[in-house]
Every structure is written in C-alpha cells, then in structure tokens.
Design a binder for this molecule. Structure first.
Ligand code: LCS
Length: 408
C-alpha cells in the first residue's frame, strides 16, 4: 500500500507498511535472520557505502522491521520511524542524539518513572542539565527555558497523574528558544493524538502499550517529522544497539491493524468506569481526561480525538484502602504496564514510579494513595462489576479497621 495519504486512519491501521510479497503473502513475512547474503564483494561494499537498496545486518535494518516502521510513521504523519527494543531504548536514543554536555533539557514533571530517573541519574553524569517542569503550566515552561535548552520533552497525558500539556503552545515556546520538541505519545496513540499536527519534531512510543495492544511484546519506536532528523537518530540507535527484533516487529504490526477499533473501546469503557468511580462513596477523587472535573479538560479537547484508557483515582482511606482494592479485584489484573486488551490496576508510588524516590514523586504530584487503572476492552459492565465488588471489600475492611483503630 504505497499511498496512505488518501485513506482514513482506520484503513491506514490495516494497510500502512504493507507491500507486495513473494507468493502473494498478504502479511509481511518474518525475516528472522541476523544477516543478509551479498550478491558479490562489490555488492557488499556498495551497501556499506550507502549505495543501492538492500539489507546488511538486522541491527542496521531488516524488511520486517521496516514494514512496521513505515506503518507507525504513516499513522503519526511523520517522515520515518525507528523501531527500538523498548520504549526506554527509544527515549534513550532521543536523549543521546540531541543532548551533549552543557545542554539543558526541559522535561515534563509527570513522566514514566524511569524516564525521569534516566535523565536525573545518568544524563546529569554526562554534564546535561535537567529541569522537571509542570508542563501543564505554560508560564512554568517559559520560565524554565534557557539559552542552552536543546530539547523539550513532553508526556501528555503524563504518567501517572494524567496532567495534560498544551502541545501547540509548548512547541511555540520551545521553537522560539531554539529547542526541539519530543512528545511521548504512548498514552494516547496516534488514533487519538498526533503531536506532529501541533508542530512537534519527534514522537516516541512505548509500543509495549496501545500500539501493540496485547501485552505480549516489549518494544518502542521513534518517529521523526523531518527526514533530516532520521539519520542522526539511526546512527545512535545502530551504535547503541537497542533495536527491535523481526518477530516483535511482526507482532506489533499485527496489533496495529486493530488500533483504531481498540482505542474506540478503551475510550468508551474508560469514560463509563471513570463516571462510575466518580459517583462511588468510597472514592475521594478521580482523574480522567474525559471528566469535566479534569483540571485540563479543555486543553485535552483541543488536542485529543478521545480521552484514552487511563484513569487514576484516590480512595477514601488512602493507601490502606488502595491495597485492599488491588488485592480484591478479579477480572482486573494487578500488574504494571498499560494499553493492553485486559484491564490492569497498579499502585504508582510502590510500582511504576518507585525508582524516582519520594522527593521526585512528591514534586511530580504522585502521592502514596494514588491507584492507576488501564481500562481494557472487556465489556464495561464486567469491569465496573469487578471494581464495585472490590470496593465493597474495601468498605468492609475499612469499617473493621476503623472499629479497631488499625489505620497506618
Ligand atoms: N513511556 C511511557 C509513557 C510509559 O508508560 C512507559 C512504560 C515507557 C515510556 C517505557 O516503555 P517500555 O520500555 O516499558 O516499553 N510504562 C510502564 C508503566 O506505566 N507500567 O509499566 C511500564
């Protein structure tokens, strides 16, 4: 499928990156090979010199990987993409490509824990200055920009607080200051949010999440808007070696075919679950981009086509109550990660954002009582029934604890 520009997003999910294959195979074959035979010594030398088409070695390129990369590049509306071994591998390649000693990076306060930890504990060792900023506050972004700011790195909605940052306005501020903008689009996927339409330069994904969608692959991707950004990123990826493998590329490419359908259901279910939680007596607060009570609801409306599958909430009774709830669910799985077909529940402070430590968590607004839900594509009634039953257990246990004065 050469021309994806004139077809709808839903059709692109099915056809982008798909070519003509031997034997008329409808899906891309899995080239599970580490290396490719040259036709001659001259052919090998020409490929190494960058002349002519062909593959050399799978760390450098592979047809199965390229098919998946073309698909994600088309879905994001970017020029090219680079498949990586994980979301963190993708993020690391972006940092290693665009940051040097003496440079400054401005990063959203609400980001996946290891993204924060990587910048704070590794890149600072190499002389990179890092500021974590509440990027939902445009004044804070303006104030944090420095002449040495080379990269503005945004996660929106942010993990796990679901803070929403205004992409268009941040891009303006960053570009005026001469910085590139990289957006982690994992939580929304290109089905709901297209950062390039707001002027971003680079998009990264943990494809482990919604893009693959089936909780059976760890993978990442970098997408560039301008072809000129591709080659420096590709060199660093090739040299650092964090590439995706052909089989995982095949699986992700297969998962992408149902992305549009899955995202519709994630959004519908999450809206219903968020509304259920918001009304429940034992819930203190719910954060979901589709609730009018979300502090950045209107910013979200400007840049999202749907509000996504992620919800955070606080129970009355704090962490004690959260722990009982996580131990009581049956359909919802107590596990980290997100974006798969099954509903997952987890506790950011002790799990996904544990590595940040208490101070960085406090700064990012991740308190000890927060519980995060990744709403799957089961029937919403079953998800709500499971949460309702778990909340009943919470209520019972809280009554006993209150009676015995057992609160921590
Ligand atoms: N970006 C975001 C927004 C993420 O949520 C994650 C992982 C990553 C990047 C890193 O991707 P990975 O290397 O795992 O493919 N988030 C996880 C989470 O919230 N729970 O477990 C993993």
């Amino acid at each position: 499928m050469e021309d994806h520009k004139n077809i709808s997003f839903e059709s692109m999910c099915v056809h982008a990156g798909i070519d003509e294959y031997e034997f008329g195979s409808v899906v891309p074959p899995i080239y599970q090979t580490s290396t490719f035979k040259f036709k001659s010594a001259q052919h090998g030398a020409a490929l190494f010199a960058g002349e002519g088409k062909g593959h050399i070695y799978t760390r450098m390129s592979n047809p199965t990987i390229e098919a998946m990369e073309d698909s994600v590049a088309a879905l994001e509306g970017g020029a090219k993409a680079l498949g990586c071994a994980s979301g963190m591998a993708a993020i690391n390649v972006v940092f290693a490509t665009f940051l040097s000693a003496g440079d400054h990076v401005l990063c959203s306060q609400a980001v996946y824990g290891p993204t924060n930890t990587l910048l704070r504990t590794v890149y600072t060792r190499f002389g990179v200055e890092v500021s974590f900023v509440d990027t939902s506050d445009l004044n804070a972004v303006k104030e944090a920009m420095r002449p040495e700011t080379k990269l503005v790195y945004i996660e929106t909605p942010g993990n796990p607080t679901l803070a929403i940052s205004d992409l268009g306005e941040i891009v303006k501020i960053a570009h005026e200051g001469g910085a590139k903008v990289c957006v982690d689009n994992t939580f929304m996927s290109p089905a709901l949010q297209k950062p390039f339409e707001f002027g971003a330069d680079v998009v990264v994904h943990s494809m482990t999440k919604f893009l693959n969608g089936h909780a059976d692959v760890v993978a990442g991707i970098i997408v560039v808007k301008e072809p000129s950004d591709y080659s420096p990123l590709k060199k660093v990826l090739n040299q650092t070696g964090g590439v995706i493998d052909p089989f995982n590329s095949f699986l992700v490419h297969r998962g992408i075919k149902t992305l549009a359908l899955r995202m519709e259901r994630h959004c519908e279910n999450a809206q219903k679950v968020a509304e259920f939680l918001e009304k429940h007596d034992l819930i203190q607060s719910v954060t979901y981009p589709g609730l009018r009570s979300h502090p950045h609801y209107f910013t979200g409306l400007k840049q999202h086509k749907g509000h996504g599958g992620m919800i955070t909430f606080h129970l009355k009774g704090g962490y004690d109550a959260g722990e009982i709830m996580m131990n009581s669910v049956k359909l919802c799985q107590l596990a980290v990660s997100l974006g798969g077909v099954e509903t997952l529940i987890q506790h950011p402070a002790s799990m996904t954002h544990f590595s940040m430590g208490p101070d960085a968590r406090k700064e990012a607004g991740i308190d000890e009582g927060m519980v995060r839900l990744s709403v799957g594509i089961e029937h919403y009634k079953d998800i709500i029934k499971d949460l309702e039953a778990a909340l009943y257990e919470v209520g019972e246990a809280l009554t006993v604890k209150q009676e015995k004065n057992l609160f921590r």
